[in-house]
Ligand binder design. Sequence first.
Ligand code: PMP
Length: 303
Amino acid sequence: MASYYNENTVLYLNGAFVKASEAKMDYYSQSFHYGYSVFEGIRSYKTVNGETKIFKAVEHYDRLKISAQSLNLPYEWLTQELIDITYELLAKNNLQNAYIRPVVYAPANMSFNLNTESFLVIEVWEMGAFLGDKLLRVMTSSFQRPNPKGFKIHAKAAGHYVNSILASQEAKGLGFDEALLTDMNGNVAEGPGANLFYEKDGKLFTPSLGNILPGITRATVLELCDELNIPVVEKTIVKEEVYGADAAFFCGTAAEVIGFESYDNKSFALKWENTVSKLIQDAYKNLIVENKEALVDEVIGVE
Ligand code: PMP
């Protein structure tokens, strides 16, 4: 099993920095029993100037608040306060390239009733590239994403991830690297922990919001498309379109931008190196480490 902390690791728990090995939570928590908590997945990077920078910190902590409020979890924290705490936590743990995991959870409560308070833990651990630089072999999952009429699908709620775990385990069990899930209507939705884009004739396409998590990396890719003058369309997508694509990629905080080698064992028309998707991948890599000169070169290179 992976190890996320050692005897020196510190986490932030309900107003205090405490040793991870000594931190306690209530086993009667409504969150533990029913998957009723919300969380974020954030990354920090060592920038080209050597500084530690939390990427899209405001967007992530704002989404944590939206997720909590969507699930009726009391939420009193300010985004800036949590960003400051997170920088302090990274420094205490001597981390620059890290994954940051805040979780807002409920007190002891075996009923389904509302709570009057919530708790917050923030954990950090070292993280390099997640899915790696290699291309992914992806399959259509037999699992669909949760029905937005049954869940607050725009919220990053712990319980939703049972669906992600089932899909990812199925794909890996069948020898693939990752799953791509459809929505309740059978249209292409997203990966277990990442959003999808595909490329056709120099243009990018991605599923519209509504049945997917509104990814912060997805929004960043849309911004990069704008800066690089790459046309991009948000729409309903069927899997046959992805079969006929020039390229496809997943994007997410942990996954970053990672290309597909194949989808349902079908390969793509273009080599990854020759796609605009690869330009987006390079631009994203430069953005997260604030390599501004390289970013300017890319804009000039494309125009
Ligand atoms: N979809 C799902 C289901 C996810 O868990 C994630 C990861 N948070 C994403 C998409 C990508 O979101 P983001 O770019 O904000 O990390």
